[in-house]
Design a protein around this ligand. Structure first.
Ligand code: PA5
Length: 470
């Protein structure tokens, strides 16, 4: 099906603008000019970043380079094909997929969450358990270097070692190149890889693909090692805004995910963001509703309620994006991802009757990838399910969503729906870009620099002091 025939993702705050929450479309309209001014500031930031002019102190760091990254990558790919950055990502992804059966992705924070979100949302839910032929000949994937958990690392190395006839490789992602968890994991897994390659150094260097900043210790190490391919994390693209750079795209390409469609989806969001006014602009409307609920109704917890099993990691990616970008100066809403209907049986009670500090945004996929499973009539009707015969699992999920929204509305608890026509690259590309833009817009709206994460440095400093103390 041609992408232009598939409707774009939508944002519908109908469950917020109900009379009972005390907010109306008029409130959103009131905020409109401010939202548009914040959007213009975000776009001015991009122009400033491109100009190379000095960045005023209050805007530093300025990582606006993520905004038009999708268009830049696509344009270069169309002009230069295999010689472009995207062409190289695709070629290396395919090469690695052909050479190895397992890939270990090392990285933390923004250098980890995006690849995991793409993997969990777009690959087969049991990808790693399937035989290679059922994985379109793509490798299994594991994530490490996002903690300092000894036994987890040993467990993964045991797993890699027990399939000694299978080759494995490493994608190591770190913009600074100095993040200790990732750097330590690289050293440990490199040693293990060298053993599994029987000490063949050339082979090792072919099987390790670093993705790193322009100036970083990891780049120096990779260059010294003679790694055949090193991918850049461009200057001006911060870690948690880097999913649509090699950081997310290379692991995705290894897995056979259609990275061009991801970028095309993101480019569509950019178009809507730049050209539509508030009221018809999903990015601005989403920010507007979040702000109004926070400032007027005390909704300081933003629940991203994902429906179905496969978007939890998308939610965790967003948790990090929002928390690290806007959790500054004593401000910033608390992001919380839930998976429904699973978490209706854990957090649901609190969301229905607990403190009134939550805005619930449902993340819903309209159409399943596979034909719906039907409930069949049975001669054993002790479970009384025969009256549901003919209904499908998607019918059950839809009823659960509608029932939950209604239960919340009956108790004046606000909900909004973010709808994806399908869980595919095109919709997800739109969603990732929408949430990154929304975060940047909200930062500018409230006067918080959305880029940089000065607060994360404190623990790193102290950790290093403890480790290096004689
Ligand atoms: O958003 C960010 O910049 C951070 O979450 C980083 O991605 C994270 O700290 C990892 O940093 P690095 O890529 O330098 O190892």
């Amino acid at each position: 099906m041609n992408e232009s025939a598939i409707p774009p993702i939508t944002y519908d705050p109908a469950g917020v603008l109900i009379r009972e929450t005390g907010l109306s479309a008029a409130d959103l309209a009131w905020l409109g000019p401010r939202l548009e001014a914040a959007r213009n500031e975000v776009l001015d930031d991009l122009a400033l970043w491109h100009s190379g002019e000095p960045v005023p102190k209050e805007k530093q760091p300025l990582d606006a380079g993520f905004i038009d990254l999708p268009e830049r990558l696509l344009d270069q790919y169309r002009a230069k094909g295999d010689q472009s950055e995207l062409g190289r990502i695709l070629a290396t992804g395919n090469r690695l997929a052909g050479q190895v059966d397992r890939v270990v992705v090392l990285g933390i924070g923004g250098s980890y969450m995006g690849a995991r979100a793409l993997f969990e949302a777009l690959c087969h839910p049991y990808h790693n358990e399937l035989p290679r032929t059922h994985r379109s000949m793509r490798p299994r994937i594991y994530f490490a270097g996002n903690n300092a958990d000894n036994d987890a690392a040993v467990g993964l190395m045991e797993l890699l070692a027990c399939q000694s006839q299978e080759r494995w490789g490493i994608i190591v992602i770190s913009k600074s190149g100095s993040t200790l968890e990732t750097a330590v994991a690289l050293r440990v897994f490199l040693d293990h890889l060298a053993q599994s390659c029987g000490g063949n150094v050339d082979k090792v260097h072919e099987l390790v693909i670093p993705i790193t900043g322009v100036k970083s210790r990891l780049r120096s190490l990779a260059t010294a090692m003679g790694c055949t391919e090193i991918f850049p994390i461009p200057e001006g693209v911060g870690g948690r805004f880097s999913i649509l750079s090699a950081v997310g795209l290379l692991p995705a390409a290894v897995l056979g995910i259609d990275v061009v469609k991801l970028l095309e989806g993101a480019a569509l969001t950019n178009k809507r963001f730049c050209n539509s006014s508030s009221g018809q602009n999903p990015v601005l409307d989403y920010v507007g509703v979040c702000r109004l609920m926070e400032t007027r109704r005390g909704a300081t917890t933003r629940v991203l309620s994902t429906w179905g099993d496969r978007m939890e990691a998308v939610g965790l990616w967003y948790d990090q994006l929002l928390a690290e970008s806007l959790g500054k100066n004593g401000q910033g809403a608390l992001p919380l991802t839930v998976v429904n209907t699973r978490d209706l049986h854990s957090r649901g009670q609190q969301h229905q009757e607990g403190r009134r500090d939550k805005l619930i945004t449902n993340l819903v996929v309209e159409k399943t990838r596979h034909a719906p499973i039907e409930i069949k009539p049975s001669t054993m009707n002790q479970d009384l399910l025969n009256e549901l015969a003919g209904k499908t699992l998607p019918d059950v999920l839809r009823a659960a969503l509608a029932g939950t929204n209604r239960a919340y509305a009956d108790d004046r608890r606000p909900t909004a729906d973010l709808r994806l026509p399908r869980l595919d690259e095109w919709s997800l590309g739109q969603l990732f870009q929408m949430l990154m833009l929304a975060t940047a817009v909200e930062g500018r709206l409230v006067g918080t620099n959305p880029y940089g994460q000065p607060g994360v440095e404190a623990y790193k400093t102290h950790m290093n002091e403890y480790l290096r103390a004689k």
